[in-house]
Design a protein around this ligand. Structure first.
Ligand SMILES: NC(=O)c1ccc[n+]([C@@H]2O[C@H](COP(=O)([O-])OP(=O)(O)OC[C@H]3O[C@@H](n4cnc5c(N)ncnc54)[C@H](O)[C@@H]3O)[C@@H](O)[C@H]2O)c1
Length: 458
């Protein structure tokens, strides 16, 4: 099938490359010339496990290309994905301007006498499919001078659930595929597109083997509004689950219980499950905060006060700064203190800094006049590029970042950090204070070594 994907970011690039791997012909369209050139040269513009190999194979096969010219992608495409960013505006609603621009370009690129399924893969507010339809019509009118025939195109919804860090694995072996379309022919086309994944009828790539218990992938074929809502409800639930674990951690600390044992104990209950129960410095990333704000905004548009969702957000905002309170407890004033920070990305396995707790912690520590040295295995280039004026220093290694620091704050649970024993870390610090925002270490071991160690909820 001929596929076009607007937006070659974390979602668009991975989706496009995987579809090309499965035999479809894919044209990625992005407004970022640098990104397009990198992809054409087979260089991944983002850090993602398995992407260099996937990109090399699909580029060599001739089935994956990238362009800045919508006209080179749209006319021949049977399915067109919109996978551009939908970042939050100040009022919490998502900025749909990139979706708007992509929809206009798609409309202008469409030829009469064909049929197109345009798929919202970006996370867009419930009801946006109607808006996208209007914008596509506007684009078509701007080029053809008349509205398109009703059968020329339809807008469907196919929300994305991939996780950065395991994005290719999640696309090849998803828990489910959600398809929202109001016309049968569009639903059938999407089912055909995804058949290899649904039936798991492809040779798994060496770097992303199929899990041995992987069966056929469930498809939820539904209306567009329900599909859009499934995405928001999923992210609202997951962020609430983490905020719940953090609230339990805060109570554990007060009563003297250990959150690790408590979450293990509740996670074994199959009604609860063990995932997304790690207490820490809170959730971040490009999706949870933005999608939660958007859902709250939508609910309020209809006069409904989503109290549970608002609390999820509040708990998270406070949780991020818990490490500052811990530092103040241990060091009193933070003015002129040398503090090392391990971890910048919002989770391991990605270089993505969007809404990362580390950014809130860094801003607050700088406001309190601390001197910071940071280390992250992959996100340091990004922070230097995106925040060139931040007054922080960069370590060349995890231990290098500790030299001369009084305290270490751990913000991302990279495996690389687990390699170092508490003793090794303490030997590099002038005062052995460790604030472990991800509960990587054993408090009893820290106590035995005479380290002033503070985890979360323990
Ligand atoms: N990142 C994730 O883990 C994830 C997971 C699920 C859903 N989503 C959703 O998917 C969408 C995309 O997220 P992302 O993380 O891939 O974003 P991203 O910022 O990594 O990528 C977006 C890309 O769109 C390009 N773009 C902007 N305007 C364009 C236009 N008019 N035409 C073509 N390209 C254009 C940008 O240059 C950029 O490369 C968002 O709505 C997000 O909420 C993201």
């Amino acid at each position: 099938m001929n596929v076009a994907v607007f937006g070659a970011g974390y979602v668009g690039l991975v989706t496009g490359a995987v579809l090309a791997e499965l035999g479809h012909r894919v044209m990625l369209v992005d407004v970022d010339t640098g990104k397009v050139q990198q992809i054409m040269r087979g260089i991944p513009p983002i850090f993602e496990q398995g992407l260099p190999e996937l990109l090399a194979r699909t580029r060599a096969s001739g089935r994956l290309e990238a362009t800045i010219d919508p006209q080179a992608a749209v006319p021949e495409a049977e399915v067109i994905f919109i996978a551009v960013g939908t970042p939050p505006l100040a009022d919490g609603s998502p900025n749909l301007e990139y979706v708007h621009q992509a929809a206009l370009a798609i409309g202008a690129g469409m030829e009469p006498d064909r049929s197109y399924v345009i798929v919202n893969k970006a996370t867009v507010p419930i009801g946006s499919a109607n808006l996208v339809k209007l914008w596509i019509e506007d684009g078509y009118v701007s080029r053809h001078g008349e509205v398109p025939a009703p059968a020329l195109f339809t807008v469907a919804s196919n929300p994305e659930f991939l996780r950065e860090g395991t994005a290719i694995h999640d696309t090849l072996y998803p828990d489910r595929i959600v398809l929202g379309a109001d016309e049968d022919w569009a639903m059938e086309r999407l089912q055909t597109l995804y058949r290899p994944i649904v039936a798991q009828a492809f040779a798994p790539p060496g770097e992303n083997p199929r899990p041995h218990d992987r069966g056929p992938v469930p498809v939820i074929a539904t209306d567009r509004l329900s599909a859009e809502m499934i995405k928001y409800a999923a992210n609202a639930f997951l962020s609430t689950k983490i905020s719940f674990a953090n609230e339990m951690a805060n109570i554990c600390e007060r009563v003297g219980a250990d959150i690790s044992t408590v979450t293990y104990g509740i996670g074994l209950d199959t009604r609860i499950g063990p995932k997304f129960l790690n207490a820490g410095v809170g959730w971040g990333g490009s999706c949870f905060g933005k999608d939660l704000s958007a859902l709250i905004y939508t609910a309020k548009e209809y006069g409904y006060q989503p109290r549970l969702l608002e609390s999820t957000q509040e708990v998270n905002n406070e949780q991020r700064l818990i490490v500052i309170k811990r530092l103040q407890d241990e060091l009193k004033t933070l003015k002129g203190r040398r503090i090392a920070l391990w971890g910048l990305s919002f989770k391991p396995g990605t270089d993505d800094l969007r809404d990362a707790p580390a950014l809130s912690v860094i801003a607050e520590l700088l406001r309190l006049n601390a001197r910071l040295t940071v280390y992250d295995p992959v996100a340091m280039d990004n922070i230097q590029r995106q925040y060139p004026d931040l007054d922080i220093r960069y370590g060349t290694s995890p231990l290098g970042a500790l030299k001369g620091a009084e305290a270490l704050v751990i913000l991302t649970e990279w495996d690389e950090f687990r390699r170092f024993s508490l003793g090794t870390i303490a030997a590099e610090l002038t005062l052995p204070v460790i604030i472990d925002g991800r509960n990587l270490y054993d408090p009893a071991e820290a106590q035995r070594l005479g380290i002033r160690y503070r985890g979360i909820g323990r």
